[in-house]
Ligand binder design. Structure first.
Ligand code: TRP
Ligand code: SF4
Length: 344
């Protein structure tokens, strides 16, 4: 018996990096056995800050290939592209009527986004402002109970719950239109599930790996690329000469060792570093080897997934997702008295 339903998604940013695998994907993979899972390629969300669609198709396949190589299993999880389920757009439209503009303007992710994009409020598109409403539609249309996300997405989850509550209030069991209890609340309020695994910092020590900071190791990187990227990592700033004792607890390389060499080098590294028995160059070489070893089986699986079979999986996923989304939309239209016919 499954514990409930999950929906999560990623914008198609092309090939994924180690941060995606360690922070999010490995968690998605684990959840497949416990929950009924829907994983979405959030292609419309990508458009909210990126109008250039030249590489869209390639980016979708590259990302889903990495999902599959990480262990998402089409027999267990439904994987699909958002735009293959146009019902999301209809629900987004209806939910937008229930969402006050100040809720969206107050959203911290929105404020950060316009700062990052270096644009003024006057240049904000209607679509960007409505990003969380589209995300709410993604989640609610599957009546997901649980949404595995990173901390940065918590404001969107909170908004989703508020929108669900509003919808239920207006159109659900305790709603204005139906106080006698003819139908139940339509949308459950979903909760966020934060990843429990250690999060990888960026190679430069920033809080996360990101393509835009160029501080990542791609899941497809060769041994050579891994080695040279690891060599660029900052180490303990107080350790200048080889014989200076190190402070592994404040060294990013050490935090990576904890993830990739946990049972082997890591237990002795703490002492070796503090007592200056190992130099940083050697320590990084070791780390690069562990990352290579960690990625080798992943890269083998990556090579196995060809575009044709990915397409079949996404088509089949869209079919399954659509059946659920259509059923929810039927309920929504009925509850809102939009549907012509019996309720008139
Ligand atoms: N906004 C999410 C991100 O940038 C992606 C996303 C779109 C999503 N729709 C979703 C995540 C629904 C969870 C649920 O990471
Ligand atoms: Fe960091 Fe390793 Fe250098 Fe110690 S030896 S400071 S853990 S890179």
């Amino acid at each position: 018996m499954k514990k409930g339903r999950i929906l999560s998604g990623m914008r198609p940013t092309g090939k994924l990096h180690l941060g995606h695998l360690i922070g999010a994907l490995d968690n998605w993979v684990k959840l497949q056995d416990e929950y009924e899972c829907f994983y979405e390629v959030a292609i419309w969300h990508a458009l909210t800050d990126h109008l250039d669609t030249k590489n869209f198709q390639e980016d979708i396949y590259d990302m889903v290939r990495d999902w599959l190589a990480a262990g998402l299993d089409p027999k267990k999880s439904v994987m699909f592209i958002q735009s293959d389920v146009p019902e999301h757009a209809e629900l987004h439209l209806l939910l937008s009527m229930l969402t006050p503009v100040p809720w969206l303007e107050r959203c911290t992710t929105f404020k950060e986004k316009i700062k990052d994009m270096h644009i003024g409020k006057g240049d904000v598109s209607y679509g960007l402002l409505g990003y969380p409403v589209l995300q709410a539609a993604d989640i609610l249309i599957y009546k997901a109970n649980v949404v595995p996300v990173g901390e940065d997405q918590l404001p969107h989850l909170e908004l989703t719950r508020e929108i669900a509550r509003r919808f239920n209030y207006y159109y659900g069991r305790v709603g204005l239109h139906d106080r006698v209890g003819l139908h139940d609340n339509i949308f459950p309020e979903p909760r966020a599930l934060l990843t429990s695994t250690a999060k990888l910092l960026g190679l430069d020590g920033r809080t996360k790996m990101s393509k835009s900071y160029d501080n990542y190791i791609s899941l497809g990187d060769s041994a050579k690329e891994i080695q040279s990227k690891v060599q660029t990592m900052f180490t303990d700033p107080k350790r200048i000469k080889l014989k200076d004792s190190g402070h592994p607890e404040s060294c990013n390389v050490y935090s990576y060792h904890k993830v990739f060499s946990s049972n082997e080098i890591c237990p002795t590294l703490m002492g070796d570093c503090r007592q200056a028995r190992i130099g940083c160059t050697e320590c990084k070489k070791n780390l690069a080897k562990y990352i290579e070893k960690f990625l080798a089986p992943f890269q083998e699986r990556q090579r196995k997934w060809k575009k044709d079979s990915i397409k079949v999986i996404l088509d089949e996923g869209a079919r399954k997702a659509r059946a659920v989304a259509q059923a929810t939309m039927e309920e929504v239209r009925k509850a809102m008295k939009i549907k012509k016919g019996d309720d008139l």
